[in-house]
Design a protein around this ligand. Structure first.
Ligand code: 2F8
Ligand code: CA
Length: 232
């Protein structure tokens, strides 16, 4: 058997090293270590050979340590990545659960869902300000119409309703209740008109349901149904 007799007198056979040792250490040091180890046998161990074998084993040991450290670092990196993924997914699950609860709540109360928002149509009439306050109490706002699709959805409800648009602050400057200025507008032909020089500062969805453009400015003190909107 080719091997190295150490201080205790035991024979170390380099071929019996574990597979990581062989794959990592010996792959890198094959020439030196195996030759050195192979050149010594049983009792004819010279000092020089012994030193060679010890050097080679030290190198193998160093290479093994180095490889294990790298492997440990890689495992830690993967573990950190999995932990961050887990954290992200846990938060996402919580968010989805919360949304589901909200959905169930609003749907049960008769709110309509469209494109990321819930809508509440009142069954009684109020002034524009009282309607606005009612929406706030419901955790919502008087509806803010942002695009043609939303206008279409609201028009299809076929009800004259207050929406969250007014020029109460400055005549002719239309603003949504969230302070955003009016960009896409859907005035019925001839509106807004302060009809007969009346102060018409608040906006209703008019009864011209067949027309895509059916907004009308009306006196804020009029009583109308109203439409609340809650962004989800
Ligand atoms: O003809 C348009 C005109 O129609 C009504 O007045 C007769 C509206 N009034 C109310 O909705 C209270 C006006 O705002 C509208 O311009
Ligand atoms: Ca009008």
């Amino acid at each position: 058997m080719k091997g190295h007799r150490d201080e205790s007198g035991m024979v170390l056979d380099i071929r019996t090293l574990s597979s990581p040792a062989r794959s990592v250490g010996l792959n890198r040091f094959t020439d030196e270590s195996v030759e050195a180890a192979a050149s010594v046998s049983g009792t004819d161990v010279t000092c020089e050979n012994q030193t060679n074998v010890e050097d080679s084993l030290k190198k193998i040991n160093f290479a093994l340590q180095d490889s294990m450290n790298k492997e440990r670092e890689e495992q830690k990196r993967q573990l950190d990545y999995i932990a961050s993924q887990l954290n992200f997914l846990t938060k996402e699950r919580e968010e989805l659960k919360r949304k589901l609860v909200d959905f169930a709540h609003y749907a049960q109360q008769g709110w309509l869902y469209f494109n990321g928002s819930f809508y509440y149509i009142s069954s009684i009439t109020k002034t524009w300000q009282d309607s606005r306050d009612d929406c706030l109490q419901r955790g919502a706002v008087l509806a803010i119409i942002s695009n043609t699709e939303e206008q279409e959805f609201i028009r299809l409800q076929q009800k004259v309703m207050w929406i969250g648009l007014t020029d109460r602050e400055t005549e002719g400057v239309w603003k949504w209740v969230d302070e955003t200025p009016l960009t896409a507008s859907f005035w019925y032909s001839g509106e807004p008109n302060n009809f007969k020089h009346r102060n018409e500062d608040c906006v209703v969805i008019n009864h011209y349901y067949d027309y895509e453009n059916n907004w009308n400015d009306a006196a804020c003190e009029n009583l109308n149904f109203w439409l609340c909107e809650k962004d989800m």
